[in-house]
Design a binder for this molecule. Structure first.
Ligand code: PLP
Length: 483
């Protein structure tokens, strides 16, 4: 647990963050003043004409006109023309500081040339896919085993969602048990069994439209950080098929939006051992972003299985996989002649050479440049600056970070839960709309965030980029009502 190798310079005071978040959610919202908001929205009408035309046309052919969950739709989506390092340009030529970073995979910054060169080289020799084995599959798997001691074998798949499906299937096959427990509010992709307790803890099947009840019958959730509830569930499960696995995002649900105390993962590990369940770390976001040893290296906790996504291909397509203990991983053995013990996984494009070469060189470059650590320090600088602005303007907002994962909570919508259903029903819409407005306001000032409340920093974020971003954030945050 040598912190010097990791993006997190110091684990935050989790209790203090929750105290501030609870206070934020207790208060009425503090949106941007209406006159200023009109000015911010006017930017889109006057400066983003080509984006508007393109995405309007797209509405006729694509449901909602936009396909990516993280694309920002308010007041309308932007169409991107170019991305490079810390910046993104829209099709109208406007430049933005890009803290979306594609939702997390590009710790080296966007369109990083040394990795792109290796991808071109491979495309010129064998193209993106052959259906047969390629040496880069081996190289990537070997590299993962070197970087993370819990990974004894690795199976590459098409996405984080697929990695989670495989991990759960493998856990059930290996343990012969049924139930899978997740943390309420956590996101583990969109498979039938994991659209459960999504975003808002305690909401169970609320988002599970089109998913038969049977698919989520063996999925359970517990309130964030409530280890007592987890223990009770696992004890009860002994009478109803047993707990196959507990799956966690190691920094907390929604990439640490609801952060964990530092010893949380160790305690979940102990409960899993006590009840004979597997511990699955979903490192889709944290894997390599927190450090090349992942969150498991930082916390010093060894999961049985680890799910990968995003950074595993450095931002190139088909990013997903699962790795872990050899005897569990052997349940995914491919090829003809299955034993009946096999947990079925597949995918025409899984482990294609393009994804593997990109991941292999991206991880090597991250190691060579110390990218996770540098991105983490940029996250620290951004968080410190945001908190200074918040203090200076006496705002109730909360900024905190886990290295290069930076949270800026202004509306508190992500902190509502089902323990107070009336408040949830009454406030979810206005708080969500405020978050949308904040995201649009940041964008009008040249800042792209993830849904107006999260920022991913990268190797490309120099002090000058962060300081420029802070000035832009201040233009928005100083326009809030009541200052
Ligand atoms: C923690 C976590 N798990 C799983 C997923 C799903 O990964 P993918 O979008 O590659 O299916 C995500 C995606 O954001 C994630 O953040």
């Amino acid at each position: 647990m040598a912190d010097a190798q990791y993006a997190i310079s110091q684990w935050h005071d989790t209790e203090e963050i929750y105290t501030r978040l609870r206070e934020l959610v207790r208060q009425p919202i503090r949106p941007i003043r209406r006159d200023r908001m009109s000015e911010f929205l006017n930017y889109f009408e006057t400066k983003c004409v080509c984006s508007k035309a393109l995405t309007e046309e797209a509405k006729q052919y694509i449901p909602g006109g936009v396909q990516h969950n993280l694309a920002f739709n308010y007041p309308f989506p932007l169409a991107v023309g170019k991305a490079e390092g810390p910046y993104m340009w829209d099709v109208d030529g406007n430049r933005y500081i890009d803290f979306l970073q594609a939702g997390g995979p590009t710790v080296l910054g966007s369109n990083y040339a040394p990795v792109r060169d290796k991808v071109f080289e491979l495309l010129q020799t064998c193209g993106p896919v052959t259906g047969l084995f390629h040496e880069y599959e081996l190289k990537l798997a070997q590299l993962l085993c070197r970087l993370m001691p819990s990974i004894e074998m690795f199976r590459m798949l098409g996405s984080g969602t697929e990695g989670v499906i495989a991990a759960i299937r493998g856990a059930r096959t290996f343990t012969g048990k049924k139930k899978v427990i997740k943390v309420g509010g956590a996101y583990h992709g969109w498979s039938d069994q994991m659209v459960f307790g999504l975003h808002v803890p305690g909401t169970g099947r609320m988002e599970a439209k089109g998913i038969p009840g049977g698919c989520t019958r063996d999925t359970q959730e517990f309130y964030p950080n409530d280890l007592g509830q987890l223990r009770r569930l696992m004890a009860l499960n002994r009478l109803r098929g047993g707990t196959a696995a507990v799956i966690v995002e190691p920094v907390g649900p929604e990439s640490g939006t609801r952060p964990v105390p530092r010893d949380f993962n160790q305690k979940v590990r102990e409960l899993c051992d006590e009840f004979g369940a597997l511990l699955i770390f979903d490192e889709v976001v944290t894997g390599f972003r927190l450090g090349l040893g992942g969150a498991q290296g930082y916390f010093g906790v060894k999961p049985d299985l680890t799910v990968f996504g995003k950074c595993i291909t450095g931002g190139y397509p088909m990013a997903g996989g699962v790795g872990g203990r050899r005897e569990i991983m052997m349940r995914f053995a491919a090829g003809i002649g299955g034993t009946g013990e096999r947990a079925y996984v597949g995918g025409t494009l899984s482990a294609n050479p393009l994804s593997c070469v990109a991941g292999y060189y991206a991880l090597l470059e991250m190691e060579r440049t110390n990218a996770p650590l540098i991105a983490g320090r940029a996250g620290d600088r951004l968080t410190k600056g945001l908190n200074e602005i918040i203090t200076r303007y006496k705002l109730p907002f909360v900024a905190f970070n886990q290295g290069s994962i930076v949270h800026l909570e202004t509306s508190g919508v992500m902190l509502l839960d089902f323990k107070n259903p009336l408040k949830l029903l009454r406030e979810v819409k206005p708080r969500k709309h405020m978050m949308e407005e904040m995201g649009a306001a940041y964008m009008s000032q040249g800042l792209i965030t993830l849904a107006g409340s999260r920022m991913y920093t990268s190797l490309a974020d120099t002090d000058a980029v962060i300081d420029d971003a802070l000035n832009r954030f201040e233009d928005v945050l100083s326009s809030v009502e009541g200052i």
